[in-house]
Design a protein around this ligand. Sequence first.
Ligand code: NOJ
Length: 535
Amino acid sequence: MNSSPWWKEATIYQIYPRSFFDSNGDGEGDLPGVTSKLDYVKSLGVDAIWLSPFYTSPNKDGGYDVANPRDVDPRFGNLEDARELITQAHKRDLRVIADIVPNHFSDQHEWFQAALKSKRGSKERERFHFYDANEDGTPPNNWISLFGGPSWTQVEDGQFYLHLFDSSQPDLNWENPEVNADFEKTLRFWIDLGVDGFRIDVAHGLIKEDVLTNHPDPQGLSNALRLDVAMDSDERNALLLTVPYFDRQGVHEIYRKWRKLFDSYSGREIMAVAEAWVHPPVNATRYVRADELHQVFNFDLLTAEFNSDVLFDVVERSISLNATVNALPTWALSNHDSPRVASRIGDEQARALALFVFGLPGSTYVFAGQELGLPDGQLQDSDRQDPTFFRTNGAIKGRDGARVPLPWSGDTTPFGFSTAKPWLPISQSWKDLTIENELADPKSSLHLYKNALDLRKEFLVGAGGITWLESSQHGHKSDSLLSYSRGSITVVMNLSDSAAECDAAGKLIIVSGGTVDARDGKKVIPARSTAWFLT
Ligand code: NOJ
């Protein structure tokens, strides 16, 4: 079954280019490396790739510190390489989503360099958020950066500039029309080069209000905003309702303009997905109103416990909230900012959850390496590169564990990723998790993903909504089961540590682990496993 437009129920494979495949032997992945592995990507059964930033950047924040948004950083190749990647992806019927970073530039961007050389109040400074110090010399307010430490850095003449992330990432002033004009130029640049869509970084952050007002608990707020900091969920949610710099109404005006720009490319179906982690969750639906963006990430599964009530709530809420604006949800179990799902909830649980999620309506995002069941890399502090680690003096380890390069082949690290020392070490313990090994093992996580994505395409894309069969709220029969039907498929997940019976009718077509038995006319689902039945 085909759904139209292409992005509506797509499976999108997130590639962190620096960690994917190194084509030139410098220890870092690059764009030609991605191009050379597109057959592998295609073989997974995905519809599109999302490339994390590969633009000119001093790389203080993994490329999310952009010094020139309309060029390629030499570590990744050049513009011709980007063009070739897009061409080769399209030849394989894979769409390409670029990552645009509108909340901030790198301090090495020519605008910021010009601002540093200009006077207070100059038009160069008005592209950013420059303010005078308080009378006692302290920064304009007490906000703490999402990477730790103050959100303000002082320049030579005594003014401070705002940076919600690293001091090398000055926030842009979106009240200044020059900023939008420049981003529209960037969007057109990449669309003209061939990209099919954009992932919008910190999409909810562009408009700032109350920039001179203190927050009552700036450290708590900064922690609550980090997916890699564990926190009681009530405490987190209460803090998240108080963020002064995210999700202001003005951001929607920007996306309405961008939507017009996307739609002006008739016949191209350009899409955009917002990275907008907002609270309460209903606010996320505003980003996907008919005249705004196409998708908004749902981050709940990145932190949700492997528990039937929790997962029921996440799925039900996301489907029903999106339905209020006629949109479909998105699902992601891992990304480059959060612990890998296999490390967070366990190997078998990660497979079970993936198979559960692949049946759901909407788009599914798969972070490269997730298909292999990769855990987080175990790193020494001396290996770490995430600015969070440095800005918190090591108190928060940061996100490098999820960014360790992919193991491709062979028995010895770095497993074919590079001929040189990789930028982050790949543990020898990943020997059995190489793509080569998993391709040879029909029971591997890789085969589960490939088979599931094929079946999803065959039976579920475009199959409409779900009907809950088993959950605490819907005819609860067992604490351990969560089950729904959709189209001709019944999906049953057993979250418990022992096998559990269910009434699902139909023929077993895939199971995430173990063997499904039949007993007294019932199906027995193995512990920590999901099965699909076809009726
Ligand atoms: C979200 C990105 O996913 C993350 O990697 C980055 O550090 C911040 N935005 C800042 O751009």
